[in-house]
Design a binder for this molecule. Structure first.
Ligand code: ADP
Length: 397
């Protein structure tokens, strides 16, 4: 069975076609700048040269049409016809409290995703355009939806409720949802399997640290707490997001700087974090390259590391113990110095990193703690698309 995984954004469509027999990627690619003057299509077949074309793509329906044309193209296609695409799986950011698992797309599911637009106004409407565009191009192919929030639906009330008037939860569903759930679920499963242990018997903290970042405490194999909240702004310091801050800063700054709600929202999401503190970049590579002789870059790095350490410490306390820490995503998988700096300050928990193992670069899941370490520290490359493909396959087959 072949499964097409789609991640639709407001002006982009990312795709991967999986052959589920070997869980191999036949092709991947992206359509960017949809609806703008010149759209860019990048198609990467597994065993052939990458193709890049600049073309007019007016909307998502035309975008998905082009994706199918690429996948079935005589020269750089990877399947003979679109009838070989057996199912499509979509990444959906917000599933609210409704979706605790991945589901097949039906009219009710579509209505519910629409109802959730207000919780993820930047993401869910774009995902819906993706679903409708697939429906228009592949009307008889079953579609499934996989939610970033679903894995965190196991959190207890004490983790997901905020200490604010109850009516806000009852009326507007104001609560912690958490994000990156597909990644936290995937890497925790791979980590336990790599160690040959039962996930349900491990107290684990998964650190998904990329442009955005979140930590999850996994207890009894389930998400017990996670650092992102009602929106992805809460928790860690990120590339351009502030993460945790005193909520009273918001009205104070709005008043002093005469900012609107949109402006303050944009400041906290797009102009804060590493970018604001370093005054240099939101990209961790540029920060670590510069920090030897740039004080602000060093401060940004130190603040970032400090926040990760605080969350690991608090989640170890929340679970009354810790067996495994997993690093994943762009920064977590690649930054030797970030992992080293986080772990160095956590020896009281029994964390002891092996400097040589930490330096090894590999795409395989691996242990980077020493044999004496009481807590196993691992690097596990994430693969959200594969989990979406697996869920879709399991629902459709
Ligand atoms: P996204 O949240 O957009 O999916 P990724 O998980 O791809 O992000 O992570 C992107 C981040 O990974 C970039 O900000 C980059 O700084 C960081 N990154 C990638 N490679 C390295 C590296 N070798 N060292 C440090 N950071 C890295």
């Amino acid at each position: 069975m072949k499964v097409l995984v789609i991640n639709a954004g407001s002006s982009s469509i990312k795709y991967q076609l999986f052959d589920m027999i070997h869980e191999s990627v036949l092709a991947s690619g992206r359509v960017e700048r949809i609806g703008m003057d010149s759209s860019i299509v990048t198609h990467e077949p597994a065993d052939k040269e990458e193709v890049v074309e600049v073309k007019e793509i007016l909307d998502h329906v035309a975008g998905v049409k082009r994706v199918i044309e690429m996948l079935t193209h005589e020269e750089y296609g990877v399947v003979k016809s679109m009838s070989e695409i057996d199912a499509v799986g979509h990444r959906i950011v917000h599933g609210g409290e409704t979706f605790k698992n991945s589901v097949i797309v039906t009219d009710e599911v579509k209505s519910e995703i629409k109802r959730l637009f207000e919780l993820a106004p930047l993401h869910n409407p774009a995902h819906m355009m993706g679903i409708l565009a697939v429906e228009a191009n592949l009307p008889n192919v079953p579609q499934a939806v996989v939610f970033d929030t679903a894995f965190h639906q196991t959190m207890p009330k004490s983790s997901y409720l905020y200490a604010i008037p109850k009516t806000l939860y009852k009326k507007h569903k104001v609560r912690r949802y958490g994000f990156h759930g597909t990644s936290h679920a995937y890497v925790s499963d791979v980590a336990a399997k790599t160690l040959g242990k039962d996930l349900a018997a491990l107290k684990m903290i998964t650190c998904h640290i990329g442009n955005g970042g979140s930590l999850t405490a996994i207890l009894n194999g389930e998400s017990f707490d996670t650092s992102m909240g009602m929106t992805p702004l809460e928790g860690l310091m990120m590339g351009t997001r502030s993460g945790d801050l005193d909520p009273a800063i918001v009205p104070f700054v709005m008043n002093k700087e005469e900012l609107t709600l949109n402006e303050v929202n944009s400041m906290l999401n797009k102009h804060s974090g590493l970018l604001a503190v370093s005054g240099l970049s939101s990209d961790m590579r540029e920060i670590t390259d510069a920090m030897a002789d740039n004080e602000d870059a060093k401060l940004a790095f130190d603040m970032y590391v400090y926040r990760v350490k605080k969350y690991i410490g608090s989640y170890a306390a929340a679970m009354n113990g810790l067996d495994v820490v997993v690093f994943t995503a762009g920064v977590g998988e690649n930054s030797v110095v970030l992992r080293q700096s986080v772990c160095e300050g956590l020896t009281f928990l029994g964390i002891e990193i092996d400097e040589e193992l930490n330096k090894i670069r590999s795409k395989e899941p691996r242990v980077i703690s020493s044999a004496n370490s009481k807590v196993t520290v691992m690097v596990v490359p994430t693969n959200e698309e594969l989990l979406i493909a697996r869920d879709t396959y399991n629902l459709v087959k």
